[in-house]
Design a protein around this ligand. Sequence first.
Ligand SMILES: CC(C)(COP(=O)(O)OP(=O)(O)OC[C@H]1O[C@@H](n2cnc3c(N)ncnc32)[C@H](O)[C@@H]1OP(=O)(O)O)[C@@H](O)C(=O)NCCC(=O)NCCS
Length: 214
Amino acid sequence: MPLYKVIHFSPSIKVLIWKITEPFDELFSQVLLKEKTLGRLQSMKSEVHQRAFLSVRKLLQEAGHNDLQLHYDEFGKPHLENETHISITHSFDFSAIILSDENVGIDIELRREKVMLIAEKFVDESEFRFLDKEKKDDYVSRLTVIWGVKEAIFKIRNEKGISFKDHIFVAPFEMTEKKAKALLTFGNLNIEFDICFEEIENYTLVYAFQKGNQ
Ligand SMILES: CC(C)(COP(=O)(O)OP(=O)(O)OC[C@H]1O[C@@H](n2cnc3c(N)ncnc32)[C@H](O)[C@@H]1OP(=O)(O)O)[C@@H](O)C(=O)NCCC(=O)NCCS
């Protein structure tokens, strides 16, 4: 499938989503890759990962950029050559990028019951208070949002030592509102984030915006 969806969040913020149905060769033939990227692609063991990686280059091209303009810092965080901020995510059948004039983070996750087994590792007491384990589908949906929020915020801040459970807190939210608020409390930092999320097939897409300039 080509481009699955574009969210024009604002004139300067755009989310592009790809549903990865194409075989490797088709994707490979449609993207321009620099040598370094080719090396990375060849070193990937799984074809699922390779196709996801290529689909991100397709998304970049859809947005008027290309792989030659994409660079990674020492932590693995992607940067574009111009002023535009980028964040990247991929999970099995989907990939997504967000482009913005401010620092942003994005995450897409497959919703699965397995998330309940690791909830204790990333959910704080304050968050457990608004979760209801008895309503299993809703519990899995909310846990996946919380996980996605923390991944997206981690991608914005990219700081060593951030713990999902101890430093990032998601305020109570309604699934129907598709919005949430979160706080990162880490060292001297207290940073608020506005969160948007939506369920796409059996995946949950989350993107986060930092408030303020810390
Ligand atoms: C780096 C990390 C955020 C990637 O997230 P993920 O859900 O595994 O994978 P995603 O597909 O959503 O994201 C991968 C993309 O994130 C980007 N990325 C990688 N490292 C990054 C970083 N340090 N900062 C920002 N973005 C990063 C890359 O673009 C990467 O894709 P690409 O290399 O193909 O371009 C994640 O692996 C991580 O390290 N999380 C923090 C660790 C942690 O605390 N885990 C849980 C504790 S309970």
